[in-house]
Design a protein around this ligand. Structure first.
Ligand SMILES: Nc1nc2c(c(=O)[nH]1)N[C@H]1C(S)=C(S)[C@@H](COP(=O)(O)OP(=O)(O)OC[C@H]3O[C@@H](n4cnc5c(=O)[nH]c(N)nc54)[C@H](O)[C@@H]3O)O[C@H]1N2
Ligand SMILES: Nc1nc2c(c(=O)[nH]1)N[C@H]1C(S)=C(S)[C@@H](COP(=O)(O)OP(=O)(O)OC[C@H]3O[C@@H](n4cnc5c(=O)[nH]c(N)nc54)[C@H](O)[C@@H]3O)O[C@H]1N2
Ligand SMILES: [Mo]
Length: 757
């Protein structure tokens, strides 16, 4: 280990460190000059939507909003580096697969369609027409359309997503797994049932009026850096910000806004969280139950709201009141005094927002936890009034829009009916596979074709070894993509790489530049138009790829596919016909700043089974898998959460540092509490293997550097995706089926070669 591998970061999030990092990235991608120009067009009314996160921006026409990680996402797409046929001539697929993901990403943008040639184990150039004809022939040769799976990652535009789901349903299946299945699926499941809509109820304006903001299981300093600007403004006007997180994430502690001279001149920045609770992994349901107990005890509830707008209150109250403090303290890892303090802030605040991220959704009990958070909000009528509401902070920049467009394996009959009527066909009614179901279907041979619109399925999904076996069993794998990644190398018998335009690039159809649309985390829909020349003249746009594949696959389709993509306004007119909330889409989206889709719960219009908002009674679970496994094991079993470092975008690795957590030059690290190190007789700086324990067997991931860290005892943190091999396929959220990648039961052992040395 080099001396500089671990070094405590003293500075605030943002600030000079962020500026330095942006210019380093632009230089590395060879786009220092053009890159700055490109960045200045991010999130501007005539520019493109930042391909980073889904955090909204003020009316989409503010001054340039600085964000280090958005800049990295833009630079990665606008890079000067290119993958040409030469790379594939030089390397067999087996040789490419021997490189790590950082190297694959570093090769740059793909430039022409490629076909896998089994005779030479190489990808070889092919024409678009040949590729579409061959893929269509294989799709049409299946015994049933349900033997094909069509994955979507959340960068895909509304227009592409709408055409894609239409193509898939005309083809005859609802097998539409998407990245949301691994992400905010529990938020949708919980909120749809409870308040009648699976989306956040707040807008950015609410953050200007909230008196308290509670942030659960989210690391905005890295994953939604523009949220820090919003939080900084809130903190400065006296809003209380309360964080629940096993780690002390720097961005939640303090932030220096690069646009504020005062922040930049101070070594400290602006304080963000006034209260920081380092709870145990998975302890949020217990913590929120504790807070609700205090609120109920104080009687400080909105009885008018509860009477008029909710049901289930009595059973909820009984469940909360019956939960003993001993259980709450034990399961949350926080003291009664700490939870009373947090509850006092909630009680004193006339308008509160709760936000959450993957620290909440990727657990077995995630749906119950989210319903408990929303329950806490309902107690004081904190939904549907200014400055208050529920805010699941989405990941990918258009993951929410893709769902709105029908990327969903369980569509409602009403949606299918409208889609069928608009395009004169009968969509399939049978529900399709989600991500975990798709992997199982490939493993058991019932699915034979895997098609991906973006993403990196082989690496992003749980149980990497089994997922990769699953993909390798397919007859055909196809990836629409911008960059080379592992999923292209873990391929079926036949395989295609179809390179597409990115969001920063000009998309010309029938001689005219086209714009696409996206929906952010707060239901704002706006237009996005690229301004860079395409990375290669041989790229097609995602809508064009879908349309041409549809023409090749569906000879009897009544949809005018090629006419639709000549002018994306035509696609939007169809969206307006099918999707609720999109009436007059073209006119509304061309207004600078776009438009708000609206949110029924925000209007206190509860589209639930009972017509009211629902209090859900969820006892604090005391029998989670980690507990059962601990009970049957002699060695200390840890609860591992798999998180993002500062230098990655999901499976895309930008660099090897995690600056705010003080890690440099390493990704295979394991954060551990000092007392646990002592208990194991291990020391920081040693290398360990991680073995996860599950009822169907053990899984291991080798060689992680132990880093002593301020994390609760019994808890560990490591980076995703290096640890995905440890996540059992069957370990997932109840009801939402999201892989439980924030609670993996593991044991540690010293790495073999080093133990011997
Ligand atoms: N730069 C960058 N931006 C991104 C992404 C990226 O990879 N890079 N990914 C995008 C995507 S798809 C998504 S979904 C979002 C993800 O954004 P986040 O939700 O912030 O993602 P994670 O890094 O997984 O961080 C989870 C946080 O939850 C905490 N945590 C873990 N377990 C628990 C728990 O049980 N309880 C509590 N209270 N906290 C817990 C962790 O310490 C960590 O701070 O970001 C999006 N934006
Ligand atoms: N252990 C563990 N596993 C996790 C998570 C975790 O926290 N822990 N998080 C989960 C979450 S929240 C998510 S969202 C998933 C993410 O899963 P995915 O969305 O499948 O993965 P990404 O890494 O975001 O996909 C990156 C790839 O997308 C392609 N790409 C980039 N831009 C474009 C574009 O404009 N068009 C097209 N067609 N392709 C493009 C590039 O080839 C790039 O390599 O991972 C999940 N997996
Ligand atoms: Mo995500």
């Amino acid at each position: 280990m080099s001396k500089q591998a671990i070094k405590v970061y003293q500075r605030p999030a943002g600030g000079w460190g962020a500026l330095k990092s942006v210019f380093g990235t632009l230089r590395e991608q060879g786009v220092l000059g053009r890159g700055v120009g490109t960045l200045l067009r991010a999130n501007q009314p005539d520019g493109f939507d930042c391909p980073g996160c889904a955090w909204p921006d003020k009316n989409h026409h503010s001054t340039f909003e600085f964000c280090e990680n958005g800049a990295k996402a833009v630079a990665a797409e606008a890079t000067e580096r290119r993958v040409t046929r030469a790379l594939f001539e030089q390397h067999t697929v087996a040789e490419l697969a021997a490189h790590d993901d950082y190297w694959l990403e570093g090769q740059g943008r793909l430039t022409e369609p490629m076909r896998y040639d089994p005779a030479t184990d190489r990808y070889v150039p092919t024409s678009w027409d040949d590729a579409f004809a061959a893929i269509a022939a294989q799709l049409n040769a299946l015994d049933h359309p349900d033997q094909a799976l069509f994955y979507t990652s959340g960068r895909t535009s509304n227009e592409a997503a709408f055409l894609y789901q239409l193509f898939i349903r005309e083809f005859g299946t609802n097998n539409l797994p998407d990245c949301s299945n691994m992400c905010h699926e529990p938020s949708g499941t919980a909120m749809k049932e409870q308040i009648g809509i699976g989306k956040g109820t707040v807008t950015l304006d609410d953050f200007e009026h909230a008196q308290a903001i509670f942030i659960f299981g989210q690391n905005p300093g890295t994953n939604h850096p523009r949220m820090l600007g919003t939080l900084r403004e809130a903190a400065k006007r006296g809003c209380r910000i309360v964080a629940f997180n096993p780690l002390r994430e720097r961005g939640l502690e303090r932030f220096a806004d690069p646009q504020s001279p005062r922040d930049m001149l101070s070594a400290h920045g602006t304080d963000i969280a006034s209260n920081y609770y380092q709870l145990k992994i998975g302890g949020d349901l217990a913590a929120v139950t504790g807070m609700a107990k205090v609120v109920l005890e104080a009687g400080d509830i909105d009885t008018d709201f509860i009477a008029a707008h909710t049901d289930g209150f009595a059973a909820y109250r009984d469940t909360v009141e019956a939960t003993p403090w001993a259980v709450i303290e034990q399961e949350s890892g926080l003291s009664e005094a700490q939870l009373r303090e947090a509850a006092a802030i909630y009680i004193a605040s006339p308008a509160s927002i709760c936000t959450w991220g993957m620290g909440i959704t990727q657990h077995k009990h995630s749906v119950a936890t989210i319903q408990a958070i929303v329950g806490l909000l309902l107690l004081k009528g904190n939904i549907g009034k200014p400055g208050a509401g529920a805010c699941p902070v989405r990941g990918h920049s258009n993951v929410q829009g893709d769902r709105t467009m029908g990327i969903f394996e369980r569509p409602t009959p009403a949606f299918l009916q409208k889609l069928g009527a608009a395009f004169d066909f009968t969509p399939p009614a049978k529900h399709g596979h989600d991500v975990v179901g798709a992997i199982e279907a490939m493993l058991d041979g019932s699915a034979k074709v895997f098609f991906a619109m973006g993403g990196n399925f082989a690496t992003a999904t749980p149980d990497s070894d089994r997922t990769q076996q699953a993909l390798a069993k397919c007859d055909l794998t196809v990836h629409v993509t911008t960059k080379l990644n592992r999923s292209h190398l873990v391929h079926g018998r036949a395989a295609y790489i179809l390179p597409c335009l990115g969001r920063t690039e000009i998309d010309i159809q029938a001689g005219r530049a086209q714009g696409v649309t996206v929906e952010d985390s707060m239901s704002m829909v706006h237009i996005s138009a690229g301004m860079n020349a395409p990375a290669s003249p041989d790229l097609l746009s995602e809508p064009a790829i879908v349309a041409r594949l549809a023409v090749a696959t569906l000879p009897h389709s009544k949809t005018p596919w090629l006419w639709l993509i000549e002018d994306y306004d035509r696609i939007r007119d169809k969206i307006a016909q099918v999707i609720d909330g999109f009436a007059d889409f073209n006119r509304r989206v061309h207004v600078p700043g776009g438009f708000y889709l609206g949110n029924s719960a925000r209007e206190r219009n509860w589209q639930t089974a009972s017509g009211k908002a629902m209090f859900a009674a969820h006892p604090v679970p005391t029998d989670l898998p980690i507990k059962q496994i601990r009970a049957s094991h002699a060695a200390p079993v840890f609860n591992l959460m798999t998180v993002r470092s500062h230098d990655q975008y999901n499976t895309t690795i930008y660099g090897l540092d995690d600056r705010y957590r003080g890690v440099y030059g390493h990704r295979r690290v394991c954060f551990i509490n000092q007392a646990d190190l002592a208990r194991l007789g291990f020391a920081a700086g040693q290398w360990v293997d991680l073995t996860s324990l599950w009822h169907d067997g053990e899984r291991s991931a080798k060689r992680f550097l132990l880093v002593e860290y301020d994390i609760p005892e019994g808890c560990l943190a490591s980076y995703y995706p290096e640890t995905n091999a440890l996540v059992p396929l069957s370990s997932m959220a109840d009801r939402a089926r999201t892989p439980a990648s924030k609670s993996v039961p593991v044991v540690l052992s010293l790495s073999a070669e080093l133990a011997a040395a």
